[in-house]
Write a protein that binds this ligand. Sequence first.
Ligand SMILES: Nc1ncnc2c1ncn2[C@@H]1O[C@H](COP(=O)(O)OP(=O)(O)O)[C@@H](O)[C@H]1O
Ligand SMILES: [Mg+2]
Length: 266
Amino acid sequence: MIALEEFKQTTKAAVRQTPAVELEKVGKRFGAKVVLDCVSLKIAPGELVAIVGRSGCGKSTLLRLLVGLEPGTEGSIRIGGTPLRGPNREARLMFQDAALLPWQTVLENVALAASRNPDRWNEARRALQLVGLEQRVKEWPAILSGGQRQRVALARALASKASILLLDEPLGALDALTRLEMQKLIEEIWLREKFTAVLVTHDVEEAAALADRVLVMEEGRIIAESRSTLPRPRDRSSSDFVTLRETLLGWVMSGTKKVEQASLTV
Ligand SMILES: Nc1ncnc2c1ncn2[C@@H]1O[C@H](COP(=O)(O)OP(=O)(O)O)[C@@H](O)[C@H]1O
Ligand SMILES: [Mg+2]
């Protein structure tokens, strides 16, 4: 009885909580080409959702719609309950290419993202401290390594105080070791700062390691979903983790081959 009562309370609380991001039957066409096909999705505040899928399945398009760079052709997007029309000021997009301004120092590059904040220099310093680059504030981007440049890009996103971070394969160009370090850093900062995150990656292990929930996309649709409450940082050699990773890989490689959607919880 008590368990049922608790369950009801939890369910009510979940219903009451407005999603940070909500997509309802969102579609996107370029001419006759359907790139997103009836995508419905709710992301809770503070949730870390990963999206995996083959190249060209619509992942980046979905992020561009979420940041308000372009409109969908069907359906609706709500951010914190408010319909999105135009640029999404709650969100910040981070790409594989850090795109730092070469004629500005590390600190100036980060402070630019907080240009409307009167306390932007302190905000920029704090963000650089979070990513472990407080010693490099006066340097030029050109002398930084690829991993360090991505740290600056991450600091820039943090300094902007966006409540939603959209990460489009941000670690795709890094070597394996730097990639692992950056995954650890992203997880630590996300746990501390509690922003909502959508991480697009082609690396299913990265998705399994970092995400509360992984969505698998195929040809503009979400075909499968996994949820994981494995303790963080995740033990990548545990059998649950291996099951999760291999299931995701199977879904990405061969689809779900089912009419109904596939799901897995570990
Ligand atoms: N502006 C555009 N005009 C026409 N086709 C586009 C445009 N942007 C993306 N596409 C097409 O949409 C599909 C999905 O692209 P994208 O979202 O970048 O995929 P992903 O990020 O999953 O690799 C691709 O076939 C791509 O060629
Ligand atoms: Mg892409």
